[in-house]
Write a protein that binds this ligand. Structure first.
Ligand code: HMG
Ligand code: MG
Length: 303
């Protein structure tokens, strides 16, 4: 531990995790423009939508029409959340080529979020992942509440590892470890992260931090020291989960890119272009976004 990696991979989740938690529903063509700007910034993975129940997340009810508007960019993978077979059918019909199934390390949160227990959700995902893989669609997995649950409190690292293993057993190619309510500190990341690294290859894990307590960048740094190289983030720091009380925005993509740029770590993402995309979506939402880097006027020119 202690040597920083040479490069990182950023999974942009702003159009999904970000916009799912906004009071304003952004028009579909504006979302498409936002995604286009994100794709132009050098991002290679962008989670654009969710095929969940439109009543549960009305902000993303236009998933299929949004995907129809997206121009394919050879270097970019667009993905969408899928909670069950109905969601997969909708995603396949829309032409999605990468999906993400999502569960949690805490029973109560999972019930509130997807109306299923953890074991039940894995059973529901099994035929979904099988069918997706048969159709040539790749699958990511998410584990939420890996550090703290808004209902149950502190979450055991063993539980996180158990749920992560269950997702890999289904055939997902990567598992994203979620700090859903942004309450983890670097010490928590070290404890749970080390436990996971004893069981799974680092290249198959992603870190997904929310920034409620302002710890996200510190948690990224801790993760980098441990060898993690995939990070989820959201342009401008948009985001949150509507079923996790107190959850605020994700780690901002600008803040992540600023950090890794300054550490000499390659991300392939242009900070200036991300800032442009964030300003665009902030104007559509009619509010300022929390990213600290976005709020500076000089930003990337300050080194
Ligand atoms: P349910 O009510 O238990 O669903 O909801 P059901 O299976 O009992 O079906 C009820 C009705 O919904 C049926 O219709 C189904 O067809 C329909 P009816 O026969 O009554 O007319 N239905 C659907 N319709 C459209 N699309 C679907 C679908 N599924 C069923 N996919 C369900 C269960 C999972 C659907 C619901 O709880 C749900 O949609 N939850 C989504 C919650 C969500 O999106 N949360 C935010 C994303 S997770 C997150 O943000 C965390 C993450 O960022 C990581 C982190 O930060 O930790 C990923
Ligand atoms: Mg999230």
């Amino acid at each position: 531990m202690g040597t920083l990696p040479q490069s990182v991979r950023i999974v942009e989740v702003g159009p999904r995790d970000g916009l799912q938690n906004e009071a304003t529903i952004v028009a579909t063509d504006k979302k498409a423009q936002f995604v286009k700007m994100l794709a132009a910034s050098g991002l290679r993975d962008i989670e654009v939508a969710s095929f969940v129940h439109p009543r549960w997340v009305p902000q993303l009810a236009d998933a299929a029409s949004l995907i129809a508007l997206l121009e394919p960019v050879p270097s970019v993978r667009y993905s969408a959340l899928v909670p069950n077979m109905k969601g997969l059918e909708r995603a396949l019909e829309a032409g999605v080529r990468r999906i993400a199934v999502f569960t949690a390390a805490s029973e109560t949160f999972n019930r509130k979020n997807i109306n299923m227990g953890i074991r039940e959700s894995i059973d529901v995902f099994r035929p979904v992942v099988d069918r997706a893989l048969r159709e040539g669609v790749s699958v990511r997995g998410y584990v939420s509440t890996c550090f703290v649950c808004p209902y149950e409190g502190k979450v055991a690292k063993e539980k996180v590892a158990e749920v992560t293993a269950a997702l890999f057993d289904l055939g997902v190619d990567e598992v994203s470890i979620g700090d859903t309510i942004g309450a983890a500190t670097p010490k928590d990341v070290e404890i749970t992260g080390l436990h996971l690294l004893q069981r799974f290859p680092v290249t198959k894990l992603a870190m997904h931090f929310h920034d409620t307590y302002g710890m996200a960048v510190a948690n990224v740094y801790q993760s980098l020291l441990m060898g993690f190289t995939t990070f989820d983030s959201s342009a401008g720091g948009l985001g949150g989960c509507p079923y996790a009380p107190g959850a605020s925005g994700n780690l901002a993509t600008e803040d992540l890119v600023y950090l890794v740029d300054r550490l000499g770590i390659e991300s392939g993402v242009s900070l200036a272009m991300i800032r442009r995309a964030s300003h665009f979506i902030a104007a559509e939402l009619g509010r300022g976004l929390p990213s600290r880097v976005l709020q500076t006027s000089a930003g990337e020119k300050t080194a």
